[in-house]
Design a protein around this ligand. Structure first.
Ligand SMILES: Cc1cc2nc3c(=O)[nH]c(=O)nc-3n(C[C@H](O)[C@H](O)[C@H](O)COP(=O)(O)OP(=O)(O)OC[C@H]3O[C@@H](n4cnc5c(N)ncnc54)[C@H](O)[C@@H]3O)c2cc1C
Length: 551
């Protein structure tokens, strides 16, 4: 865990001093709205946050936190707290027709993070606590009812009859988004006919092949039924010993199919009883476990839908407001958090007058295709109930492969295997003068700044001082220069350049041997790649492609 290892590059606190107050409205304090507020805050923009619920939702929908989301949380300084709150999801045991069919171990040892399990309410609590530390309150019991955008701003109206003007509004208000409806954005797709039930229970397992279920292991029991949805029982471990979030198809007596409203948890209907849940476990497992201590339960529905647009003018939508799909593979919240991480730095740069508004168009161009792919994959996976997942699905589900190659902000040639639009690869074993411990590349680039990352071999590091000065006087946005030299080089870092040594050779392995430069965006994607001496190319990218405003 590297939180705080480079406190000189984490600039959250200082940035809030010159915050733009209440100029941006975030509608919805779910995981996506909370992440967006945190991202904006570290760029010095304090958003106003409202949520129609008087108190946070007690239900645990998302549990799975992907390795990529943990990288995002690491950048925000929150990965350590999430790991402490969670349980590593180490594998899956599958039973088919009551017999043990497969034991799948999740081996993520080649990745910076494995797959973590944290109940959604705990993730939300952690993010809300972080915002409270930054002095950003969540205004609860405030429901958005309408939006009237014009060229200068957006008039937002609320259920209590009040209204207020904002420079920008972001609807992170879930599947039934009022912001999306106010903009008249189509949300095309379809709903599954059957309903599901969820419960948070304690389980005493007594199962073959061993008698118990190892901590961190999920369980999936399936009875395929020809020409009908399968009978299934899924148990995902929660951090407390013996506790699981179970889900299964709901019997028709709990509500006729088609009766419920839309997607997700049906908060206005009674949930399942412990007997309802136990009945499915008894039917599908060889030695039925005892379910007890039901903390909450609910009925939920699944739809697959993608918003036709991710915003219009000064209003954007993010998270479930843009995309909904089956929970298979645990992708929904994670995809939404990454929407927020993508939109946040762009919106902050525009709100602070550091970039022109054209930068915002890249949000939809980059993120909508990602959601399209997630919907296709999760639908396919859920129709393949019980079949082993292909290895490429496992890696896709980590979200580490998501890239913006060919996108409007991706310019230049490949640097080794890394192309513009790729996520900055994991590199470990960097050393820095004066520090007695190794660092990751993520430590070197952590924080809200744009980073010019240059591979140097020797004396040319001195030229970076003048380059850094030139870039900094050309754009108003904060920009840092990071140089990485071979492990055996002995160089002097000029002022304004952070110098690291590739002691383990992982940097050269990740980017190839040729000296090159990359412009790394604040969301840690490679924007531009080219020659280390191509100052004109860098400036063209910063001012022409990102549209950064000159000082
Ligand atoms: C059974 C189940 C399991 C899941 N498992 C996973 C998983 O393992 N991993 C994963 O990544 N995802 C999972 N998901 C999906 C995940 O729960 C959602 O993708 C996630 O909650 C979306 O976050 P959000 O912030 O976009 O929306 P939401 O969490 O729906 O939050 C929206 C917020 O907006 C507020 N709001 C709505 N309308 C208004 C309004 N008009 N005015 C003001 N406030 C408003 C709501 O009160 C709410 O607080 C699962 C979902 C289900 C149902």
């Amino acid at each position: 865990m590297s939180d705080g290892a480079m406190s000189d590059t984490a600039t959250n606190d200082g940035a809030m001093n010159d915050a733009v107050i209440n100029d941006i409205l975030i509608v919805g304090a779910g995981p996506v709205g909370l992440t967006l507020a945190a991202v904006l805050a570290r760029h010095g923009v304090r958003a106003r946050m409202v949520d129609k619920l008087p108190a946070p939702s007690p239900y645990c929908r998302a549990i799975g936190i992907t390795p990529r989301t943990l990288e995002v949380m690491d950048d925000l300084g929150l990965a350590g707290a999430l790991v402490e709150a969670g349980i590593w999801l180490d594998g899956l045991r599958t039973y088919i027709h009551g017999s043990p069919a497969r034991e799948t171990e999740n081996d993520f040892s080649d990745l910076p993070y494995a797959q973590l399990g944290v109940p959604q309410y705990a993730t939300e609590r952690l993010l809300a606590g972080h915002l409270a530390d930054l002095g950003i309150p969540i205004e609860r019991g405030v429901e958005l009812t309408g939006l009237k955008p014009d060229g200068e701003g957006v008039e937002a109206s609320f259920a209590d009859g009040s209204s207020a003007r904002f420079a920008y509004v972001v609807g992170c208000d879930g599947a039934h988004s009022a912001a999306r409806r106010a903009l008249g954005i189509a949300f095309e797709g379809e709903a599954w006919p059957m309903e599901f039930m969820l419960g948070d229970v304690h389980i005493d397992w007594d199962l073959p092949p061993g008698r118990g279920l190892p901590r961190g292991r999920a369980l999936f029991a399936l009875r395929p039924i020809p020409e009908a949805p399968p009978d299934l029982f899924v148990a995902i471990p929660l951090p407390e010993r013996g506790r699981y979030r179970v889900s299964m198809v709901a019997p028709e007596r709990l509500g006729a199919p088609g009766q419920g409203t839309g997607h997700g948890i049906q908060i206005d209907r009674p949930g399942a009883t412990l007997d309802d849940l136990q009945e499915v476990a008894d039917r599908l497992l060889p030695e039925p476990p005892t379910l007890s201590d039901l903390r909450w339960s609910s009925i939920f529905r699944i739809s697959m839908r993608l918003a036709a647009r991710y915003g219009s003018g000064r209003v954007f939508i993010a998270g479930d407001a843009c995309h909904i799909h089956p929970p298979t593979g645990g992708q929904g919240m994670n995809t939404g958090i990454q929407d927020a991480y993508n939109l946040g730095w762009k919106l902050a740069a525009v709100a602070r007058g550091e970039a022109g508004p054209a930068l915002l168009a890249s949000y939809e161009a980059e993120r909508r295709p990602v959601a399209e792919a997630v919907i296709a994959r999760t639908v396919e996976q859920s129709l393949n109930f019980g079949r082993p997942r292909p290895p490429e699905d496992r890696l896709a589900d980590t979200q580490l492969l998501v890239n913006y190659r060919g996108g409007p902000l991706s310019v230049g040639g490949a640097v080794g295997p890394v192309e513009p639009g790729d996520r900055l690869p994991e590199v470990q074993g960097l050393r820095r003068h004066g520090l007695g411990f190794p660092l990751r590349l993520a430590d070197a680039v952590r924080g809200p700044d744009i980073v010019l990352l240059v591979a140097v071999r020797g004396g040319e590091v001195l030229a970076l001082e003048a380059l850094a000065a030139r870039l900094r006087v050309t754009v108003r946005a904060p920009l840092r220069v990071v140089a990485v030299a071979p492990g055996d080089a002995v160089l002097e870092a000029p002022p304004g350049v952070s110098l690291f040594y590739d002691a383990a050779g992982m940097f050269a392995a990740a980017f190839g041997p040729a000296p090159a430069a990359l412009i790394v965006r604040p969301d840690k994607y490679v924007g531009w790649a080219g020659a280390a001496g191509d100052a004109e190319g860098m400036l063209d990218y910063l001012t022409g492609v990102l549209g950064l405003v000159a000082e």
